[in-house]
Design a binder for this molecule. Sequence first.
Ligand code: NAP
Ligand code: F7E
Length: 326
Amino acid sequence: MKRALITGVTGQDGMYLGELLDREGYEVFGLVRGQNNPKVGVVQKILPNAKLLFGDLTDLGALLRIMDVANPDEVYNLGAISFVAHSWENAGMTTDVTAKGALNMLEAVRIHAGSKPESIRFYQASSSEMFGKVHEVPQKESTLLWPRSPYGVSKVYAHYMTINYRESYGMHASSGILFNHESPRRGIEFVTRKVSDGVARIARGKQDKLTMGNLAASRDWGFAGDYVRAMWLMLQQPVADDFVIATGKTHTIRDLLDVAFARIGISDWSDYVSYDKQYERPAEVDLLIGDASKAKEKLGWEPTVQFKELIEMMVDADLALQEQEG
Ligand code: NAP
Ligand code: F7E
Protein backbone atom coordinates (compact mmCIF):
# COMPACT_ATOMS: atom_id res chain seq x y z
CA MET A 1 0.00 0.00 0.00
CA LYS A 2 1.53 3.35 -1.08
CA ARG A 3 1.65 6.14 1.50
CA ALA A 4 0.98 9.82 0.72
CA LEU A 5 1.31 12.96 2.83
CA ILE A 6 -0.83 15.99 1.91
CA THR A 7 -0.12 19.41 3.39
CA GLY A 8 -3.18 21.68 3.15
CA VAL A 9 -5.53 18.72 3.58
CA THR A 10 -8.18 21.04 5.09
CA GLY A 11 -8.25 23.12 1.87
CA GLN A 12 -10.31 22.67 -1.29
CA ASP A 13 -7.66 20.71 -3.21
CA GLY A 14 -6.47 18.73 -0.18
CA MET A 15 -9.92 17.20 0.25
CA TYR A 16 -10.36 16.29 -3.46
CA LEU A 17 -6.82 14.89 -3.62
CA GLY A 18 -7.36 12.87 -0.42
CA GLU A 19 -10.49 11.31 -1.97
CA LEU A 20 -8.60 10.46 -5.18
CA LEU A 21 -5.65 8.88 -3.33
CA ASP A 22 -8.04 6.90 -1.12
CA ARG A 23 -9.76 5.54 -4.27
CA GLU A 24 -6.31 4.66 -5.67
CA GLY A 25 -5.60 2.56 -2.56
CA TYR A 26 -3.16 4.87 -0.76
CA GLU A 27 -2.77 5.26 2.96
CA VAL A 28 -3.35 9.02 3.31
CA PHE A 29 -1.75 11.29 5.91
CA GLY A 30 -2.82 14.93 6.18
CA LEU A 31 -1.02 17.85 7.82
CA VAL A 32 -3.36 20.05 9.89
CA ARG A 33 -2.28 23.32 11.52
CA GLY A 34 -3.49 24.93 14.74
CA GLN A 35 -4.44 23.53 18.13
CA ASN A 36 -8.19 23.46 17.43
CA ASN A 37 -8.61 23.68 13.66
CA PRO A 38 -12.33 24.16 12.90
CA LYS A 39 -12.06 22.19 9.63
CA VAL A 40 -10.99 18.90 11.28
CA GLY A 41 -14.58 17.67 11.49
CA VAL A 42 -15.24 18.31 7.79
CA VAL A 43 -12.02 16.53 6.76
CA GLN A 44 -12.79 13.54 8.98
CA LYS A 45 -16.23 13.28 7.34
CA ILE A 46 -14.88 13.52 3.77
CA LEU A 47 -11.73 11.46 4.41
CA PRO A 48 -12.63 8.98 7.17
CA ASN A 49 -9.57 6.80 6.43
CA ALA A 50 -7.02 9.63 6.49
CA LYS A 51 -4.66 10.00 9.43
CA LEU A 52 -4.38 13.63 10.53
CA LEU A 53 -1.02 14.84 11.84
CA PHE A 54 -0.65 18.20 13.54
CA GLY A 55 2.06 20.72 12.62
CA ASP A 56 2.79 23.89 10.73
CA LEU A 57 4.68 24.55 7.50
CA THR A 58 6.76 27.19 9.30
CA ASP A 59 8.10 24.57 11.77
CA LEU A 60 10.80 22.36 10.22
CA GLY A 61 11.11 20.28 13.41
CA ALA A 62 7.42 19.42 13.28
CA LEU A 63 7.65 18.55 9.58
CA LEU A 64 10.60 16.20 10.22
CA ARG A 65 8.60 14.46 12.97
CA ILE A 66 5.62 14.17 10.61
CA MET A 67 7.80 12.69 7.86
CA ASP A 68 8.96 10.03 10.36
CA VAL A 69 5.37 9.12 11.24
CA ALA A 70 3.95 9.18 7.71
CA ASN A 71 7.05 7.75 5.99
CA PRO A 72 5.46 8.69 2.65
CA ASP A 73 6.19 7.55 -0.91
CA GLU A 74 4.60 10.76 -2.20
CA VAL A 75 4.32 14.26 -0.69
CA TYR A 76 1.86 16.85 -2.02
CA ASN A 77 2.68 20.34 -0.75
CA LEU A 78 -0.68 22.14 -1.05
CA GLY A 79 -0.47 24.14 2.20
CA ALA A 80 -0.24 27.92 1.67
CA ILE A 81 -1.68 31.31 2.46
CA SER A 82 -3.56 31.19 -0.84
CA PHE A 83 -5.79 34.29 -0.96
CA VAL A 84 -4.05 36.85 -3.17
CA ALA A 85 -5.83 39.91 -1.70
CA HIS A 86 -4.82 38.84 1.85
CA SER A 87 -1.17 38.57 0.82
CA TRP A 88 -0.59 42.35 0.55
CA GLU A 89 -1.75 42.91 4.13
CA ASN A 90 0.16 39.84 5.36
CA ALA A 91 3.22 39.84 3.11
CA GLY A 92 5.58 38.59 5.83
CA MET A 93 3.36 35.70 6.85
CA THR A 94 2.68 34.82 3.19
CA THR A 95 6.44 34.65 2.65
CA ASP A 96 6.91 32.48 5.77
CA VAL A 97 4.19 29.98 4.82
CA THR A 98 3.85 30.02 1.03
CA ALA A 99 7.53 30.54 0.19
CA LYS A 100 9.62 29.34 3.16
CA GLY A 101 7.04 26.69 4.06
CA ALA A 102 7.74 25.03 0.70
CA LEU A 103 11.49 25.16 1.42
CA ASN A 104 10.87 23.57 4.84
CA MET A 105 8.89 20.78 3.18
CA LEU A 106 11.62 20.20 0.57
CA GLU A 107 14.20 20.07 3.37
CA ALA A 108 12.08 17.64 5.41
CA VAL A 109 11.75 15.36 2.36
CA ARG A 110 15.47 15.60 1.51
CA ILE A 111 16.58 14.84 5.07
CA HIS A 112 14.06 12.00 5.52
CA ALA A 113 15.01 10.40 2.18
CA GLY A 114 18.72 10.33 3.23
CA SER A 115 20.92 8.65 0.63
CA LYS A 116 17.96 7.98 -1.71
CA PRO A 117 16.69 11.49 -2.56
CA GLU A 118 14.64 10.19 -5.52
CA SER A 119 12.75 7.69 -3.33
CA ILE A 120 10.10 10.21 -2.20
CA ARG A 121 8.12 11.94 -4.95
CA PHE A 122 7.29 15.60 -4.25
CA TYR A 123 4.58 17.84 -5.71
CA GLN A 124 4.66 21.63 -5.36
CA ALA A 125 1.44 23.62 -5.85
CA SER A 126 2.68 26.35 -8.19
CA SER A 127 0.25 28.89 -9.60
CA SER A 128 -0.71 30.87 -12.69
CA GLU A 129 -0.37 33.94 -10.40
CA MET A 130 3.37 33.57 -11.11
CA PHE A 131 2.68 34.86 -14.67
CA GLY A 132 1.09 38.01 -13.23
CA LYS A 133 1.64 40.77 -15.76
CA VAL A 134 1.63 38.30 -18.60
CA HIS A 135 4.40 38.36 -21.18
CA GLU A 136 2.78 35.82 -23.52
CA VAL A 137 -0.76 34.69 -24.40
CA PRO A 138 -1.56 31.89 -23.72
CA GLN A 139 0.86 31.16 -20.86
CA LYS A 140 2.93 27.97 -20.95
CA GLU A 141 5.75 26.38 -18.91
CA SER A 142 8.43 28.57 -20.57
CA THR A 143 6.56 31.91 -20.23
CA LEU A 144 8.47 34.58 -18.28
CA LEU A 145 7.31 34.84 -14.64
CA TRP A 146 6.29 38.37 -13.54
CA PRO A 147 4.34 38.06 -10.27
CA ARG A 148 2.09 40.95 -9.17
CA SER A 149 1.46 40.18 -5.46
CA PRO A 150 3.33 38.93 -2.37
CA TYR A 151 1.48 35.65 -2.98
CA GLY A 152 2.75 35.44 -6.56
CA VAL A 153 6.30 36.30 -5.50
CA SER A 154 6.18 33.60 -2.79
CA LYS A 155 4.97 31.02 -5.31
CA VAL A 156 7.83 31.94 -7.69
CA TYR A 157 10.33 31.34 -4.84
CA ALA A 158 8.77 27.96 -4.03
CA HIS A 159 8.63 27.04 -7.73
CA TYR A 160 12.33 27.73 -8.32
CA MET A 161 13.32 26.05 -5.02
CA THR A 162 11.50 22.92 -6.21
CA ILE A 163 13.42 23.01 -9.50
CA ASN A 164 16.63 23.71 -7.58
CA TYR A 165 16.16 20.69 -5.27
CA ARG A 166 15.47 18.51 -8.32
CA GLU A 167 18.66 19.73 -10.02
CA SER A 168 20.87 19.88 -6.88
CA TYR A 169 19.89 16.66 -5.10
CA GLY A 170 18.29 14.54 -7.83
CA MET A 171 14.92 14.66 -6.07
CA HIS A 172 11.78 13.58 -7.93
CA ALA A 173 10.23 17.04 -7.42
CA SER A 174 7.55 18.35 -9.80
CA SER A 175 5.61 21.62 -9.97
CA GLY A 176 2.08 21.91 -11.27
CA ILE A 177 1.44 25.44 -12.56
CA LEU A 178 -2.28 25.35 -11.95
CA PHE A 179 -4.66 28.00 -13.24
CA ASN A 180 -7.72 28.93 -11.13
CA HIS A 181 -9.77 25.89 -10.17
CA GLU A 182 -13.00 25.97 -8.25
CA SER A 183 -15.73 23.77 -6.77
CA PRO A 184 -18.51 23.87 -4.19
CA ARG A 185 -15.68 23.39 -1.64
CA ARG A 186 -13.97 26.63 -2.66
CA GLY A 187 -13.37 29.11 0.17
CA ILE A 188 -15.98 31.88 0.37
CA GLU A 189 -13.29 34.59 -0.03
CA PHE A 190 -12.61 33.65 -3.68
CA VAL A 191 -14.67 35.31 -6.38
CA THR A 192 -16.48 32.27 -7.84
CA ARG A 193 -17.73 31.05 -4.47
CA LYS A 194 -18.51 34.59 -3.29
CA VAL A 195 -20.74 34.92 -6.36
CA SER A 196 -22.36 31.45 -6.13
CA ASP A 197 -23.06 31.94 -2.41
CA GLY A 198 -24.34 35.51 -2.92
CA VAL A 199 -26.59 34.53 -5.84
CA ALA A 200 -28.06 31.64 -3.80
CA ARG A 201 -28.76 34.02 -0.89
CA ILE A 202 -30.41 36.53 -3.26
CA ALA A 203 -32.57 33.70 -4.69
CA ARG A 204 -33.63 32.68 -1.17
CA GLY A 205 -34.36 36.31 -0.18
CA LYS A 206 -31.58 36.43 2.43
CA GLN A 207 -29.47 39.10 0.71
CA ASP A 208 -30.26 42.05 -1.59
CA LYS A 209 -26.98 42.76 -3.35
CA LEU A 210 -23.49 41.50 -4.14
CA THR A 211 -20.66 43.99 -3.61
CA MET A 212 -17.78 43.38 -6.00
CA GLY A 213 -14.45 44.77 -7.18
CA ASN A 214 -12.89 44.69 -10.68
CA LEU A 215 -15.33 42.98 -13.08
CA ALA A 216 -13.01 43.22 -16.10
CA ALA A 217 -10.33 40.73 -14.94
CA SER A 218 -10.20 37.48 -16.92
CA ARG A 219 -9.44 34.04 -15.53
CA ASP A 220 -9.01 30.51 -16.89
CA TRP A 221 -11.32 28.62 -14.52
CA GLY A 222 -11.47 24.81 -14.23
CA PHE A 223 -12.87 22.23 -11.83
CA ALA A 224 -10.74 21.28 -8.78
CA GLY A 225 -11.66 17.58 -9.12
CA ASP A 226 -10.01 17.53 -12.58
CA TYR A 227 -6.94 19.43 -11.37
CA VAL A 228 -6.02 17.11 -8.47
CA ARG A 229 -5.97 14.23 -10.98
CA ALA A 230 -3.22 16.14 -12.81
CA MET A 231 -1.21 16.45 -9.56
CA TRP A 232 -1.35 12.68 -9.06
CA LEU A 233 -0.48 11.95 -12.70
CA MET A 234 2.64 14.15 -12.39
CA LEU A 235 3.98 11.99 -9.55
CA GLN A 236 3.36 8.78 -11.53
CA GLN A 237 5.83 9.85 -14.26
CA PRO A 238 9.30 8.25 -14.32
CA VAL A 239 10.93 11.71 -14.56
CA ALA A 240 9.91 14.79 -12.55
CA ASP A 241 8.90 17.87 -14.56
CA ASP A 242 6.75 21.03 -14.51
CA PHE A 243 3.33 21.25 -16.15
CA VAL A 244 0.75 23.96 -16.85
CA ILE A 245 -2.77 22.78 -15.97
CA ALA A 246 -5.56 24.89 -17.48
CA THR A 247 -8.66 24.74 -19.67
CA GLY A 248 -7.34 27.08 -22.40
CA LYS A 249 -10.44 29.29 -22.15
CA THR A 250 -10.78 32.60 -20.33
CA HIS A 251 -13.80 34.47 -18.94
CA THR A 252 -14.30 37.79 -17.18
CA ILE A 253 -15.91 38.29 -13.77
CA ARG A 254 -18.86 39.75 -15.77
CA ASP A 255 -19.21 36.39 -17.60
CA LEU A 256 -19.20 34.70 -14.19
CA LEU A 257 -22.03 36.97 -13.01
CA ASP A 258 -23.98 36.30 -16.26
CA VAL A 259 -23.91 32.51 -15.76
CA ALA A 260 -24.53 32.58 -11.99
CA PHE A 261 -27.51 34.98 -12.16
CA ALA A 262 -28.98 33.20 -15.22
CA ARG A 263 -29.10 30.02 -13.10
CA ILE A 264 -31.65 31.72 -10.82
CA GLY A 265 -33.57 33.23 -13.74
CA ILE A 266 -32.07 36.77 -13.70
CA SER A 267 -30.73 37.93 -17.07
CA ASP A 268 -29.97 41.56 -16.15
CA TRP A 269 -28.07 41.57 -12.84
CA SER A 270 -27.17 45.28 -12.79
CA ASP A 271 -29.64 46.05 -9.97
CA TYR A 272 -28.17 43.26 -7.83
CA VAL A 273 -24.44 44.11 -8.07
CA SER A 274 -22.69 47.13 -6.60
CA TYR A 275 -19.06 48.23 -6.64
CA ASP A 276 -16.76 48.74 -3.66
CA LYS A 277 -13.17 49.92 -4.08
CA GLN A 278 -12.11 47.77 -1.11
CA TYR A 279 -12.21 44.70 -3.42
CA GLU A 280 -9.73 46.24 -5.89
CA ARG A 281 -6.12 45.10 -5.52
CA PRO A 282 -2.95 47.27 -5.40
CA ALA A 283 -1.86 45.49 -8.60
CA GLU A 284 -4.18 43.36 -10.71
CA VAL A 285 -3.55 40.31 -12.86
CA ASP A 286 -5.69 41.27 -15.86
CA LEU A 287 -5.67 38.21 -18.09
CA LEU A 288 -4.86 34.56 -17.50
CA ILE A 289 -5.26 31.84 -20.09
CA GLY A 290 -3.18 28.66 -20.01
CA ASP A 291 -1.79 26.33 -22.64
CA ALA A 292 -1.89 22.80 -21.16
CA SER A 293 -0.75 20.99 -24.30
CA LYS A 294 2.34 19.55 -22.55
CA ALA A 295 0.11 17.98 -19.86
CA LYS A 296 -2.19 16.61 -22.56
CA GLU A 297 0.69 15.07 -24.47
CA LYS A 298 2.79 13.69 -21.57
CA LEU A 299 0.20 13.01 -18.84
CA GLY A 300 -2.84 12.33 -21.01
CA TRP A 301 -4.62 14.99 -18.90
CA GLU A 302 -7.59 17.02 -20.12
CA PRO A 303 -10.29 18.95 -18.23
CA THR A 304 -13.75 17.34 -18.16
CA VAL A 305 -15.81 20.25 -16.76
CA GLN A 306 -16.35 23.47 -18.72
CA PHE A 307 -16.89 26.98 -17.28
CA LYS A 308 -20.72 27.15 -17.51
CA GLU A 309 -21.19 23.69 -16.01
CA LEU A 310 -18.74 24.54 -13.20
CA ILE A 311 -20.49 27.77 -12.18
CA GLU A 312 -23.92 26.13 -12.40
CA MET A 313 -22.66 23.26 -10.21
CA MET A 314 -21.48 25.82 -7.61
CA VAL A 315 -24.73 27.82 -7.66
CA ASP A 316 -26.79 24.61 -7.35
CA ALA A 317 -24.67 23.45 -4.39
CA ASP A 318 -25.11 26.82 -2.64
CA LEU A 319 -28.86 26.83 -3.31
CA ALA A 320 -29.03 23.38 -1.67
CA LEU A 321 -26.93 24.63 1.26
CA GLN A 322 -29.22 27.63 1.76
CA GLU A 323 -32.23 25.29 1.64
CA GLN A 324 -30.67 23.09 4.37
CA GLU A 325 -29.89 26.11 6.52
CA GLY A 326 -33.51 27.23 6.24
P1 NAP B 1 -6.95 26.60 0.26
O1 NAP B 1 -8.33 26.03 0.17
O2 NAP B 1 -6.77 28.01 0.67
O3 NAP B 1 -6.10 25.66 1.24
C1 NAP B 1 -4.87 26.06 1.76
C2 NAP B 1 -4.43 25.05 2.79
O4 NAP B 1 -3.19 25.47 3.36
C3 NAP B 1 -5.42 24.91 3.97
O5 NAP B 1 -5.51 23.56 4.31
C4 NAP B 1 -4.71 25.70 5.08
O6 NAP B 1 -5.06 25.29 6.39
C5 NAP B 1 -3.26 25.32 4.78
N1 NAP B 1 -2.32 26.18 5.48
C6 NAP B 1 -2.32 27.53 5.55
N2 NAP B 1 -1.32 27.97 6.35
C7 NAP B 1 -0.66 26.86 6.78
C8 NAP B 1 0.44 26.65 7.64
N3 NAP B 1 1.09 27.68 8.21
N4 NAP B 1 0.84 25.39 7.89
C9 NAP B 1 0.17 24.34 7.33
N5 NAP B 1 -0.88 24.47 6.51
C10 NAP B 1 -1.30 25.72 6.24
O7 NAP B 1 -6.21 26.42 -1.15
P2 NAP B 1 -6.54 25.45 -2.39
O8 NAP B 1 -7.42 26.19 -3.32
O9 NAP B 1 -6.91 24.11 -1.90
O10 NAP B 1 -5.11 25.40 -3.09
C11 NAP B 1 -4.17 24.40 -2.75
C12 NAP B 1 -2.77 24.90 -3.11
O11 NAP B 1 -2.72 25.19 -4.51
C13 NAP B 1 -2.35 26.19 -2.43
O12 NAP B 1 -0.95 26.12 -2.24
C14 NAP B 1 -2.66 27.27 -3.44
O13 NAP B 1 -1.84 28.39 -3.24
C15 NAP B 1 -2.34 26.54 -4.72
N6 NAP B 1 -3.08 26.96 -5.91
C16 NAP B 1 -4.43 27.05 -5.88
C17 NAP B 1 -5.12 27.38 -7.03
C18 NAP B 1 -6.62 27.46 -7.06
O14 NAP B 1 -7.16 28.04 -8.01
N7 NAP B 1 -7.32 26.85 -6.12
C19 NAP B 1 -4.40 27.61 -8.23
C20 NAP B 1 -3.02 27.48 -8.22
C21 NAP B 1 -2.37 27.14 -7.05
P3 NAP B 1 -6.35 25.93 7.15
O15 NAP B 1 -7.54 25.22 6.55
O16 NAP B 1 -6.10 25.60 8.55
O17 NAP B 1 -6.36 27.40 6.83
O1 F7E C 1 -9.95 36.58 -7.74
C1 F7E C 1 -11.49 39.70 -9.06
C2 F7E C 1 -10.09 39.82 -8.49
O2 F7E C 1 -9.69 35.87 -5.38
C3 F7E C 1 -10.17 36.43 -9.12
C4 F7E C 1 -6.23 31.65 -5.79
O3 F7E C 1 -6.69 30.32 -5.70
O4 F7E C 1 -6.25 31.60 -8.19
C5 F7E C 1 -6.76 32.29 -7.06
O5 F7E C 1 -6.33 33.65 -7.09
C6 F7E C 1 -10.38 37.78 -9.76
C7 F7E C 1 -9.35 38.85 -9.40
O6 F7E C 1 -8.68 34.47 -7.24
C8 F7E C 1 -13.86 40.41 -6.42
O7 F7E C 1 -9.63 41.17 -8.54
C9 F7E C 1 -13.49 41.12 -8.43
O8 F7E C 1 -8.97 39.52 -10.57
O9 F7E C 1 -11.08 34.45 -6.92
P1 F7E C 1 -9.91 35.32 -6.73
P2 F7E C 1 -7.21 34.84 -7.75
O10 F7E C 1 -6.72 36.10 -7.19
O11 F7E C 1 -7.19 34.70 -9.24
C10 F7E C 1 -4.81 31.57 -8.30
C11 F7E C 1 -4.46 30.77 -9.53
C12 F7E C 1 -4.15 31.12 -7.07
O12 F7E C 1 -3.08 30.50 -7.11
C13 F7E C 1 -4.70 31.65 -5.79
O13 F7E C 1 -4.27 30.85 -4.68
O14 F7E C 1 -11.63 38.31 -9.32
N1 F7E C 1 -12.55 40.15 -8.16
N2 F7E C 1 -14.31 41.29 -7.38
C14 F7E C 1 -12.76 39.70 -6.92
N3 F7E C 1 -12.12 38.75 -6.21
C15 F7E C 1 -12.57 38.49 -4.96
N4 F7E C 1 -11.95 37.53 -4.24
N5 F7E C 1 -13.65 39.19 -4.42
C16 F7E C 1 -14.32 40.16 -5.10
O15 F7E C 1 -15.28 40.75 -4.61
